[in-house]
Design a protein around this ligand. Structure first.
Ligand code: SF4
Length: 397
């Protein structure tokens, strides 16, 4: 029987770097993008023989900003994917897009390539907040992109939002939630801003960091607004949860909400430790209990995949995960989902009771009201989700 697989393809290009972003993405000239797409196709073609026994249930073209690719490049990438890999007939095929880069020609190319889910990066419905983030678009530009996606018949759309932004208030966050849900997307990801080291935001709000470029510095300095205090941030989280529930979005992961039947199947593979392979710069894979990541240096990646290698070398390094590491991942990834982790699945996978390994932690956090054990599953309570970083860290053995 064929094994299930998720396939991720990474497009590391953005029109401009957002001030908070530490993803592997960069502005790049067209010729570099074209060379990258060629390399990505060579990689996918060369690695295909290793995945003969698999059928992809999900595909995710992420970034970066995949919608910066031309329609021809999108067609070329997906035709390579379909030629080289077995893709399930009902596979979820997602492409990330950013407002300001979405065109009818590109959407038509996505449609004929089988893309059936779109993830749009909005972050905020307030133009001033978007400007402070260094985003390239306004709310109005987002609306145009969203409507265009709907006009092309896409009926499974995610919108990415972000709270705890500089200068953001509870009222402006409520307005963002209000305007976003009024559009009735099928899925909403609502993250809190994290100050990542090495970003201009970290330098401004989080302490020392590497010097920002002149464009970034100039914009960061203009963005002098303070971050919301801890109480406001907690109120924002509370509002997100209540507001989205009232509008019919069920929380199924710490930061992800969906209408019935519209969870992101691809991300669920990550949280449940299903097998997935990542192609492209820095892309990560988990196959046969081995984790590895591709090269993160553009020139090294391009050089490696200048030509197809006929399936001679698998892009993997590192050891098979130990049983202990597998247990840790099962818990700290699985507990991110509101469904939690099944006691029976744990026993079946590891041949011992969860209690034997984690008895003390389970007892402590259950007594504190941060974990619950019901219907054969262990999961975080609402209060546990609020302090999930601390609770999940305790599942490291
Ligand atoms: S669009 Fe997304 S990936 Fe690109 S710089 Fe902004 S946050 Fe990063």
């Amino acid at each position: 029987m064929e094994k299930k697989l998720g396939i991720y393809m990474h497009i590391p290009f953005c029109a401009r770097k957002c001030l908070y972003c530490d993803f592997l993405s960069m502005p790049a000239p067209r010729p570099l993008q074209a060379a990258y797409v060629r390399a990505l196709r060579n990689e996918m073609e060369s690695q295909a023989s290793f995945y003969r026994g698999y059928r992809a249930e999900t595909v995710f073209l992420g970034g970066g900003t995949p919608s910066l690719l031309s329609a021809a490049e999108i067609r070329a990438l997906f035709s390579c994917l379909h030629d080289c890999y077995r893709i399930a007939g009902d596979a979820e095929i997602t492409m990330e897009m950013n407002p300001g880069t979405v065109t009818g020609e590109m959407l038509a190319a996505c449609q004929s390539a089988g893309v059936n889910r779109i993830s749009l990066g909005l972050q905020s419905a307030q133009d001033e907040e978007l400007r402070r983030l260094g985003r390239i678009h306004t709310w109005e530009m987002f609306l145009q992109s969203y409507r265009l996606c709907r006009a092309y018949g896409f009926d499974n759309i995610n919108i990415d939002l972000m709270s705890a932004l500089p200068g953001q208030t509870l009222a402006s966050w409520r307005d963002t939630l209000e305007k976003t849900t009024a559009l009735t997307p099928e899925h909403i990801s609502a993250y809190s801003l994290i100050l990542e080291e090495g970003t201009p935001f970290y330098e401004t709000y989080g302490g020392e960091s590497t010097p920002a470029g002149s464009y970034e510095r100039e914009n960061t300095e203009r963005a002098g607004d303070a971050l919301p205090d801890e109480d406001t941030e907690r109120d924002m989280d509370d509002l997100t949860k209540r507001f989205l529930a009232e509008r019919g979005y069920a929380r199924y992961e710490i930061s992800n909400y969906a209408r019935k039947g519209k969870k992101c199947r691809h991300n669920c593979i990550y949280w449940t430790r299903g097998e997935y392979v990542g192609f492209g710069l820095g892309a990560a894979s988990l196959v046969a209990e081995k984790r590895w990541s591709n090269k993160r240096e553009m020139q090294a990646y391009l050089h490696r995949w200048e030509n197809p290698d006929g399936g001679q070398g698998r892009e993997e390094s590192g050891q098979r995960l130990s049983r202990k590491e597998q247990m840790e991942e099962t818990m700290y990834l699985g507990l991110r989902m509101t469904q939690g982790v099944s006691l029976v699945d744990f026993r079946r996978t590891f041949g011992c009771e969860m209690e034997e390994i984690y008895g003390e932690v389970l007892k402590r956090y259950t007594a504190m009201g941060l974990l619950r054990c019901a219907d054969g599953r262990v999961s975080l309570t609402d209060r546990g989700i609020e302090v999930s970083n601390y609770v999940l860290a305790d599942f490291l053995l």
